[in-house]
Design a protein around this ligand. Structure first.
Ligand code: NAD
Length: 442
């Protein structure tokens, strides 16, 4: 069995056998290498993952010293600023899936940040959830997210984290006790709090941009087909009704979420139903817009063939299982795909710059909804759809091209400083160190 086909727990065992808690894979001068010669296999496997690896500046892994969890930080490109993106606490059967998720989500975050005009690079955190984790026990979570904060502190700020799937505002507050390199912290400690409402509003603005560009006027009278009515999908139903949609049909695997939506919008044209994870019926619903608000990877040849809508626009990250194939399949079916990182940017916009203070109806955030601003969500969607059409490329390709150009612009003040941070971690043998303990008064 290779390291990659094993579980994240197998990697932990391997690191322990090497008598280390830490390991990295970095790319310097075009060379990808691991912290330990015994882990060369890891560097080779990452570099050979041509789907998800894009010369990432660094992948850092650490075993939490209290919980024994595998903590990870994936740094793609930091030309525009420190790598920024949320931390996911998720279950992975194989190490290769854990690594793939981190690698591709970091690329997506970099593109999202750049296209949103933020001075941040691309990064993602992934903590592997294991069967022996008491993930519902507040004490366990406190220990886990505090050690994740210590891990971030040890990385000296080359990566700044935020909330993502499997983690919530309480977890961000715990991280904040052991590091400053975290955003989305609760308002009670000076942060921006839950980003989901901003994300929901941003996705609706993206739909408005798409309908306007496609000559479908606006959202009035449109039929919405939604997969997933969680933190983002739930409030999005209300935003859509306010925008005048005719109806919303939604599914979720969680009965509680379905009840919440049915109760909140009783008497309105909203139908939500509970399904099991493999259920395909939502893809076959007739409507105008399919809204993937559950997990990524839902759009693949099988599901795309079932769709009966003209637009796909939703909150989930990495909606296309294969972004070099599935965007084409959608285009061939005449379905306009609004690239996920263009549609769902408002979550990170909401929290990215919280250290600069907050204003009521913050203009730094509100302008993303302002039709007069060239870089508003709706205007960027329109630009992407227009340039795809003009150049005969898919909307994904057009969005990636736009974002990748912007990602090459160095931060106006700090230049490519996070790369220097990574080089210093390597030079100073980060892999041999330990996270600093939280100082206690004696
Ligand atoms: P969430 O976990 O609160 O909601 C996801 C919902 O999808 C859950 O209710 C879950 O039960 C449901 N679900 C899972 N599998 C399903 C399936 N097969 N069919 C139907 N429902 C299913 O997460 P969220 O915060 O609402 O985020 C939704 C998506 O948007 C995620 O992919 C997330 O990464 C992405 N996203 C979220 C934000 C944010 O601000 N929260 C920002 C950007 C992107």
């Amino acid at each position: 069995m290779t390291l990659l086909s094993g579980t994240p727990a197998d990697l932990i065992t391997r690191l322990r056998a090497l008598d280390t808690r830490r390991a990295y894979v970095v790319t310097e001068n075009g060379q990808t290498r691991a912290s330990h010669p015994e882990l060369a296999e890891l560097a080779v496997a990452i570099a050979e993952n041509t789907r998800d690896y894009r010369a990432h500046e660094g992948v850092f892994l650490e075993i939490g010293n209290e919980t024994g969890a595998l903590l990870g930080a994936f740094v793609h490109k930091t030309v525009r600023g420190q790598a920024a993106g949320g931390v996911r606490y998720w279950r992975y059967d194989r190490l290769e899936h854990y690594l793939s998720d981190g690698l591709r989500l970091a690329v997506g975050m970099g593109r999202k940040n750049a296209a949103a005009g933020l001075w941040w690079g691309g990064g993602k955190g992934v903590i592997a959830r294991a069967d022996d984790h008491a993930a519902d026990d507040p004490k366990f979570r406190r220990a886990l997210f505090r050690e994740y904060g210590r891990f971030l502190s040890g990385l000296n700020g080359c990566y700044v984290s935020a909330e993502d799937a499997g983690a919530g505002p309480f977890d961000m507050a715990e991280i904040f006790t052991t590091t400053r390199y975290i955003t989305c912290v609760p308002p009670a400690v000076g942060g921006s709090g839950n980003p989901s409402f901003a994300t929901a509003r941003g996705v609706v603005a993206a739909m408005q941009g798409a309908t306007a560009e496609l000559g479908m006027t606006d959202l009035r009278g449109k039929r919405i087909v939604m997969q997933g009515i969680g933190n983002v999908g739930g409030p999005m139903v209300g935003e859509l009704l306010d925008a005048g949609v005719e109806s919303v049909v939604a599914t979720d695997i969680d009965a509680g979420r379905v009840n919440n939506v049915m109760n909140a919008y009783a008497g309105r044209s909203v139908t939500a139903r509970v399904v099991d994870g493999g259920d395909m019926s939502i893809y076959e619903e007739k409507g105008d817009i399919f809204v993937p608000n559950a997990l990524g990877g839902g759009l693949n040849p099988d599901t795309i063939a079932r769709l009966k809508v003209s637009i796909v626009c939703g909150a989930a990250n990495n909606q296309l299982l294969d972004d070099q194939r599935d965007d084409r399949l959608l285009a061939e079916r005449g379905i306009t795909y609004v690239p996920d990182f263009i549609a769902n940017r408002m979550g990170i916009v909401n929290c990215a710059n919280e250290q600069y203070g907050r204003l009521p109806n913050d203009p730094a955030i509100e302008r993303h909804f302002d039709a007069e601003w060239d870089n508003s969500v709706a205007n960027v969607v329109r630009r992407v759809l227009r340039s795809a059409k003009a150049d005969g490329i898919t909307t994904s390709q057009a969005a990636n091209r736009l974002a990748d150009e912007l990602a090459e612009q160095p931060h106006p003040i700090w230049g490519h400083r996070a790369q220097a941070i990574i080089s210093s971690l390597v030079a100073n043998h980060w892999e041999k160190g330990e996270s600093d303990p939280y100082p206690t008064q004696t």
